[in-house]
Write a protein that binds this ligand. Structure first.
Ligand SMILES: Nc1ncnc2c1ncn2[C@@H]1O[C@H](COP(=O)(O)OP(=O)(O)OP(=O)(O)O)[C@@H](O)[C@H]1O
Length: 321
């Protein structure tokens, strides 16, 4: 059964009259990679600060690993690893020295600290960069070292705030692979905050879409599509042979809608740029093509698209679809 590891219950955060987070309810389960997807200013970082007990909610309750973050921030800190967008290191020290220092601060003796730091450098793919000064690390290498740094205290959950910003595509891929590996092989739960939908789509089991302080939808990709699209999840484009079309067809494709009405799932039929577009609740392309052919229309081609997070993103973040 799903066990909650992060629970936000009706959280609101106000800065003066401004509401940064508005009645947010969110649960992340143990072993899950949860994506908090939202544009700049949506309230992601503010929510994370509340999870870590670094800022207090105006109202509501935050629990991480079953502990109230607002009243017991230090206990939460021992269980959670937090990777901010920019990690600070002692740049005149090597990657290994930086990690050893964190391990010593966490109570390890020097030989344990060196052993743990060496193992972690290797786990995050920096085995060959151990003796390089962190001032010479790339942004991607710094973020991977940052992950090693949060793993030192063996956290149950890691919270990553825009961890890939400023990293080149190859570096991003390495970091994403590492996040999945940490979950799969070390059962670490992950909250991944990002405004990059492709990255979120690639690694997260569930996603919460956060806009202007409100969680507007939550679930896996398929359930998000169902929540956000009133007009279906599939778009079928038809190229019909003009010569086979009925004479004097009206431009709004009403005649085609009537033909396709008996096909269950068809919700909207329109014509754009010479193509007929059919929005439907499921993949009904074979029933549509059968019906078209039965009615004696010439079918030049049929193209089926499934709405993914791309369409959701456009709809909520870029004002379209
Ligand atoms: N200390 C503060 N005082 C006043 N307003 C704040 C404070 N911190 C954040 N805000 C405002 O709250 C809103 C949410 O900010 P937040 O940093 O949580 O968003 P975000 O989703 O993390 O965005 P970004 O990706 O840009 O960091 C923004 O409008 C921001 O200006």
């Amino acid at each position: 059964m799903a066990e909650p590891i992060i629970q936000l219950v009706d959280i609101t955060k106000k800065y003066g009259d401004f509401t940064a987070v508005d009645h947010l309810n969110l649960t992340v389960n143990r072993g899950e990679i949860f994506g908090l997807l939202g544009p700049n200013g949506a309230g992601k970082s503010t929510s994370i600060l509340m999870m870590l007990g670094l800022t207090e909610p105006t109202s509501g309750e935050v629990r991480v690993c079953g502990i109230n973050s607002t009243t017991h921030p230090i206990e939460v800190k021992t269980r959670v690893g937090y990777l901010p967008e920019d990690v600070g290191f002692y740049d005149d020290r090597t990657g290994l020295e930086n990690l050893v220092y964190t391990a010593l601060l966490n109570g390890a003796n020097r030989s344990e600290a060196t052993q743990l730091a060496t193992e972690l450098m290797s786990r995050v793919g920096l085995a060959d960069q151990m003796s390089k000064k962190t001032g010479k690390y790339s942004k991607g290498m710094r973020q991977r070292l940052g992950l090693a740094d949060v793993l030192i205290k063996n956290p149950e959950v890691i919270i990553l705030d825009e961890p890939t910003s400023g990293i080149d595509p190859k570096g991003v891929q390495k970091l994403l692979d590492l996040i999945v590996e940490l979950r799969n092989e070390h059962q670490i739960s992950v909250l991944f905050s990002s405004h990059n939908l492709h990255q979120v789509q690639q690694v997260c089991d569930r996603v919460g879409i956060f806009v202007e302080g409100k969680l507007i939808a939550e679930g896996n990709i398929q359930s998000l599509s169902q929540q956000l699209f009133t007009h279906g999840m599939y778009l079928i484009e038809l190229g019909l042979d003009e010569k086979s079309l009925p004479k004097n067809t009206n431009p709004d494709a009403l005649w085609l809608k009537q033909i396709l009405e008996p096909v269950e799932g068809v919700q909207k039929v329109t014509r754009a740029n010479g193509l007929f577009q059919i929005e439907c609740a499921g993949d009904v392309s074979s029933a549509v093509s059968k019906r078209i052919i039965e009615r004696g229309l010439g079918l030049n081609f049929l193209n089926r698209k499934e709405y993914g997070l791309d369409a959701i993103y456009n709809r909520y973040f870029e004002g379209g679809v």
